[in-house]
Design a protein around this ligand. Structure first.
Ligand SMILES: NC(=O)c1ccc[n+]([C@@H]2O[C@H](COP(=O)([O-])OP(=O)(O)OC[C@H]3O[C@@H](n4cnc5c(N)ncnc54)[C@H](OP(=O)(O)O)[C@@H]3O)[C@@H](O)[C@H]2O)c1
Length: 293
């Protein structure tokens, strides 16, 4: 077998160090790193991967699309896949801003404690790139998703984008919810079984008192913001399946261990064949298999 080569296609000027370290830790032999990648300059980089090793050896070359701007990376991901034809292809994964691996870890952490099918999952600040993936994955698990934003129009637009991505699932329930203070937060918490906070770093979304006042039916609370103040007041950043005020809670670092495992597992999966395409649904499936192993 040829050495495993991962080609990092990053939309930022300097390709992510984080993604490079995880690649090495996932068993990649050679990492080729490219920054400033756009749909306009990605084609020759992909052709270089496709036309060098042939046949079964193509499985030893793979692409990783990253960068801090998820929309920009999605455009590169689409263009890269468009270069493939017939059997002449290599595996490719999208995890810009850690969106897929972080969301998969959050959703699977919640799924350890209750059946998400039919549960109401409130994705707080779900309008950002991580929140949208969380909403998408929770919907894929059969949850009713309340995508919460400070602005109704923003919530509705994000819901539309999520619905578009999961278009094949007719009964998916994703609706926008506006919450811009403790009173509206209480209303959303009253109907939710799970809350996953996906707010910007260093922003408290729900204060400790408001979270504490949520009924026992709100069984799980997960916060993805590691930068103080955390997104859900009263939750410690390292909390991992800890019981607080009658509910199970996770802080960002508490979810981070599973996120790292999912990220490494996904990179390893790229070399299982030459035709893997790993985006939200596929990375969620890998996370699910890891959790149930
Ligand atoms: N643990 C990990 O491995 C990992 C990996 C990646 C990201 N993260 C964390 O995941 C979280 C989400 O990431 P992201 O990139 O999706 O976040 P983001 O785009 O920076 O922000 C997400 C949402 O937060 C809300 N928000 C922004 N500023 C706010 C403010 N001042 N007050 C209240 N709400 C505000 C906005 O929603 P509305 O305007 O709609 O209200 C925004 O769409 C971040 O905390 C990030 O650090 C963790």
């Amino acid at each position: 077998m040829s050495p495993k080569i991962l080609i990092q296609l990053d939309t930022d000027t300097a390709p992510s160090t984080f993604d490079a370290v995880v690649a090495v830790d996932s068993g990649v032999d050679q990492l080729f790193r490219h920054g400033g990648v756009t749909p306009d300059n990605v084609t020759p980089l992909v052709h270089g991967a496709m036309f060098t090793r042939g046949g079964a050896e193509l499985a030893s070359t793979a692409l990783f699309v990253g960068g801090s701007d998820v929309a920009a990376a999605e455009a590169v991901f689409l263009r890269a896949r468009g270069c493939f034809f017939g059997p002449v292809r290599v595996s490719v994964m999208l995890d810009a801003n850690g969106c897929n691996t972080t969301a998969a870890a959050a959703v699977m952490s919640a799924a350890k404690h209750l059946d998400l099918s039919g549960a109401v999952v409130a994705v707080w600040a779900g309008t950002g790139p991580v929140g949208r993936r969380v909403a998408e994955m929770a919907a894929l698990e059969g949850a009713e998703v309340w995508l919460v934003s400070r602005t109704q129009a923003k919530a509705d637009a994000a819901c539309e984008a999520v619905r578009e991505r999961i278009g094949g699932i007719a009964d998916a329930k994703v609706r926008g919810f506006q919450a811009d203070g403790p009173e509206s937060a209480r209303q959303a918490l009253a109907g939710a079984h799970v809350v996953i906070a996906c707010g910007a770093a260093g922003v408290e979304l729900i204060d400790a008192e408001t979270l504490k006042s949520a009924p026992p039916s709100c069984r799980v609370a997960i916060d993805l913001n590691a930068v103080p103040p955390v997104g859900l007041g009263g939750i410690g950043v390292t909390d991992k399946a800890v019981e607080r005020d009658g509910r199970i809670v996770y802080g960002a670092i508490g979810v981070g261990g599973l996120k790292m495992k999912v990220h490494r597992r996904a990179v390893a999966e790229l070399f299982a064949a030459n035709d893997r395409v790993l985006d939200a649904a596929e990375i969620l499936a890998l996370a699910k298999a890891l959790v149930s192993a």
